[in-house]
Design a protein around this ligand. Sequence first.
Ligand code: MTE
Ligand code: MO
Length: 436
Amino acid sequence: MPHDLSAESRYDRTRLRQWARGRARSAGVDRRDLLKLFAAGVGAAGLPALSGGPAAAATTGATGAPTVPTTPAPVAGLPGVVKPLPPELFTLRGTNAETRFAALRGTGQLTPVDRFFVRNHTATPRVDADSWRLKVWGSGLRGAAVEFSYDRLRALPAVERTLFIECAGNGRSFYTTQQGQQVTGTAWTLGAVGVAHWRGARLSDVLRHAGVRADAVDVLPRGLDDEVVTNGVNLGRVRRPLPVSKALDDVILAYEMNGRPLPPDHGHPVRVVVPDWIGISSIKWVGDIEVSSTPLYTPWNTDLYRLFGPDQPPQGSAPLTRQTLKSAFELELGATVPVHRTRLLTGRSWSGAAPVRRVEVSTDGGRHWQRARLHDAPRRGNWVRWSLPWTPRATGTTALLARATDATGRTQPETTAHNTQGYLFDAVVRHPVTVV
Ligand SMILES: Nc1nc2c(c(=O)[nH]1)N[C@H]1C(S)=C(S)[C@@H](COP(=O)(O)O)O[C@H]1N2
Ligand SMILES: [Mo]
């Protein structure tokens, strides 16, 4: 398996220098506006709920075609999200819905669409596949812009991969509850992650058809959802540059999720899927892709999705790329369990760097550790399910801990270095339970 991190880290270092020298073309957003915004302590995932959005305007009929709304659906949900969000499957957080890990127990390796987390900056737009076009354009192309229809994209060779998508802020709340630190953004526990089987065209094929130049450096997919307005500042449509090396490597323009056309909330008709990288890279409802021969900057690779704070480099970190290493129990936080009764503890572990090799579990707050049994062959970009039987012997509160090690040899640490926006939490989570 090729593990060429050199291209990525070289890119990061170059970008960081350019950013530090202020050589940022900030792609439509005034730099001073952004500074104002961040002085006010607003982080990406902390953007307030915005317009009700187009999702509220139409529901999907049995044929999958948009229909005129009648009365509001009787099921739990969010105005900007199309699918139902029942409380036993999701925790609602602003415009977003977090998967309850307990609801994954017994569901198989793939996250069913009905419980896959939703992270929307604004609201799910309704995009019609027949009239949809993907426009590829920019100074990094040899010629004029090229358009792809849905059918033309589907006629390209298809690739299929099982991959997680995970928000960079997944686990953010534990900076506060476990480390006593302040962070901005959506207070996710561990459910801003899901694994799906994706099918689509290779972004590299699309770029080659469009005629990418040898000196292209950045590839910028942009979503068709509403522009993001926060504190009076319009950040424009959701977009984050990918280095051309990653874009030509393993990125997918996905039109199927778990064997079905992409559902509205996850990017219908086509989304970007960037293996191993933070969720913001995987732009939903992609409408155009700029290919540039000069570096591109948007709020999502400058002020957002980088590490800032006293424990970080003085100028901030390079733009974040890979996801980190995590583990989660398929059990409610604070669950109550009966004493002297054996139960099978189950959970999942995943890493953006390499397959997960080993998972250890402690049922006594971290004093003793046991190897969990792995139920999946460890694979890159995917999680492994694991289990361990546990018979609580005493009543009272305790903490369950799960600690993964990946094939690079990295093990989840006890604490994660703080960053102001609470990204990339990777420490072992102390999962509280009460034995009665
Ligand atoms: N167009 C668009 N793409 C987007 C977003 C968005 O709000 N708009 N959110 C991003 C973020 S922050 C994450 S974590 C993932 C979430 O994907 P999901 O909603 O399918 O789970 O989508 C990314 N792609
Ligand atoms: Mo995210």
